[in-house]
Each structure stands twice: as C-alpha cells, then as structure tokens.
Design a protein around this ligand. Sequence first.
Ligand SMILES: [Zn+2]
Length: 472
Amino acid sequence: MFIKFDAKSDRKLLFYSDYLASIDKNHAEIARKLNEPDYKDILTEKEKKEIDRNSDVWLKQSRNEWVLKKKVAIKDKPIDKCQLCNTRLRKEKWKIQNKINGKNLWIGRDCGSKIIALSEQGNNKDTADQAKRRELLYSGSRKLREVTDGISNFDLYTRYVLTQPFNDRVGNLKKKIKICIDDYIQKDLKHDLTHVIDAYNIEFLRLQKEYNRYNSDVATDGQHLPIQIATKIKKQRQGTALIREVQNNKGMLDKRIASKIMIPEFLDLYREQMNDRLGYTLCKSVEQARIILNFSLRGKKLEIKYNSGAVISSLGFPVELSDTKSEQDIYDILRTSNTVITDVSTKEFMNQLVENTLKKLRITRCDSITVDKVRKYILLKEKYDKGKKTSTSTRVIENKLRKYHLWIDINRNIILNLEPQIVISTGQELLVSVTEDKYAVDSLLNNAKRYSEDELLQKIYMDIQVEDARFN
Ligand SMILES: [Zn+2]
C-alpha cells in the first residue's frame, strides 16, 4: 500500500535535503526518484514500502536541516514559483538555507512556515545521525521489522474487539522494544542485538498465535463484537467507554453492555439473532435506539417501537429465551419495562379499539347535531330572547362543531363529549388494553361531559355569542 507523497512539496524537500541521500546509496536512489514526475512508476515495491514505513522520520529530519535566511515582500507582478510546491509566489517569498549541504531555496510562505515551524518544534528526539542509525538497524533486521509491524497490525486487522489483557500484553511488548531500541540508539551502544530481537520475536509469535486462534474461535459465538460494528459504536454517546467495557469483559458483550448500544447495525444483528432464536419474525426492522416489533395478539396486528435498551434488558443478550416463546409470553416479558410507544399506526389501532369497545357499549359517533339544527335553534332563541343578533353563518357553526367530539349513548340518549386523541404512554397500558380488549374506556367515559340535545344546543349557542362578543 503506497499512500504517501501526493504532496509535491514533501517529495522536493526530501530531494533537496541531505538526510535521505546520506543514509546509504539505496536511500539516495529513493531521493533521486522522488524528484522525478513519474516517481510512482519508477519506485520499486521495496522502495515504496520503505517510504510508507519511514517517510515521517525522513520529513522531520529533513525539515530540521533548514533555516530561514530572509523574507522578501513581492511588490511587482508575481513571476517566480515556489521551488517546493511549484505554485506562483505572491506577496512574500522566503529564502531558506540547508545547514548541511548549503543549498538555498526560494519558497512561498505556506511551504516555508510548515518547514520552519515544524523544525523548531523539536518533537523528534533523535539527531540526524541517530535517526539514520535507527533506520539502518531496522532495514538490517527483517525480524525486528516484522515484530514491530506485526504489533501495530493486531489492532489494524483484527476481526473482533480484542480483550484488555491481550491489548495490555501487546502494549507491554511494544514498550519494552521501544525502550530497548531507544536506549541502543541514543546511548550509541554497539553490542549485537540479535538475541534480544529473537526473544521479542518469540513473544510476538506467541501473541500472534493467540490472536489468530481468538479471531477464528470467537467468530461463531455471537457474543464477541465484530470490529466494524465496534467502529460504529465508538461514534455514539459514550461509545468509546462501551468498547472499553467490552475489552474488559473478555472481548464479549453481555446484557448490561448490549442494552446501551444504540446503533442500527448492532440492533440489526440483535434482530436476526432474536428471530433465529424464536423461529419466527418478531422483529422486522430497527432504527436508532429502537426495535420495532410486530405482534399479533388476539388476531390483531400491532407494530410497536420499543426502546432497544429495554428490549435487550428484558430478552437478554444473547437472547435468553430457552424455548420458542409465544408472542403473548414475549409481550409479558416486555411489558415489565416502561416502554414508550411512539408508533402512529399503533395509536390509530388503539383508537379503533376504543371505538369498537364503545360500540359494544352502544355508544356511537353522534351525527344528529347538524349545522342546520344549530342554526334553527339560534334563530328560535333570538325570537324569544330579543337579544342581540348571533352569527348563523355555516362557517362559524361548522368551526364550533368541529371543536366537540360528540358521541351518543344510545341507551340513555345522552350526548358525550369525549377526548379526541387516545394517548398511550407505556407498553403495559397497551398490553392491558389489548388483552382486555379495551383501552381505558372507563376513564374516558368518566371524564366525558354529558349533555341532553337541548343542553348541547344551548351551550353551542352561548359559545357562539361569546365569540361574537370577542370579535365585535
Ligand atoms: Zn510552496
């Protein structure tokens, strides 16, 4: 994978600096090629690998070689180009000089401030000589390269989230190698490192074996967390902390952790697992932090959006149902959690349920109070009362009637004003209403206002008068 060096200024900097060319003739060859326009074609695979591995160090060391000599303001039409990035110089040009090979470059402010600012940070502890020794040490020992690359690759290529103990051991080995090599380079030690590197290699191979076994063994148990999903989880609230919990839990999910995961990709896995476990499709879809269950209870189809955390807490992770449960059983399990139902179709269904229940009680929608009836009533009233005139326009009367939700109790010939919208707040209420085939009809009826037809017409008449007074 050859990813670096799209930036022309970086390639030119390596070419004009002393560092890369002075390591050995192989590196000098890389520097020469990086200066060519077709560098991507002429670099060998081995050279590209070197670049990927070391270019950060090369750039740091190269920047350190340069000092700023002067800044010159450009007053005339810009003509010169930056010798690093080749863009036309405007406003200002900088002259920088290489402390080692004496080269001078005229460059723009953008390139200049990058090189000078970064070289002055001194965030690289190695001197140029030390950096070269370090590089030669690595290029001379394939084993050392394999071990250090391998250690970083555990994290990069694992299929499942690794356990914390494993990560700790990898981290320790990494640290041990770093301390050893830093010491060797910075104290300018000369002894043979072969045995030390062999020991690291043995430790690394042991880890690698465990790693491979882990990644193949855990693939089927459904409790270990695939890395692609873990990456998504990190983006949710508290996501990083959740992944840490998984790492500390032997790389596994459990009910407690899983119920906090809200991303659809994970809930989709849970959905598949739940349906598999049950042997039928209880859950067709999920969305952010919601699991949408399709119930069929007493011949009625319900679609309910449950809070996913509540479902996973109730049904377990992995789904803990020992036998294939009936939908009623699952409903019973879920209703213990105060699940909020937000689904519109379920609410509509509940309204239908209310209507059906009312019908059984012989309460139906009232259609006897018409605009005409109200108008006649008003005219009649005015005739007797001799008060001021009241609106009888169709629009005014229709508006007024729309505000009432009129039902009629046929048994007693009473008109009821019922609440318009049934609000279902929890899963438990819903369950009760479905199993008992009614939804809080009692409380609806208790709260209803009751009128005879005459009383209702009188009320509407008064209401319109109040409204008239407000507008006049
Ligand atoms: Zn430039």
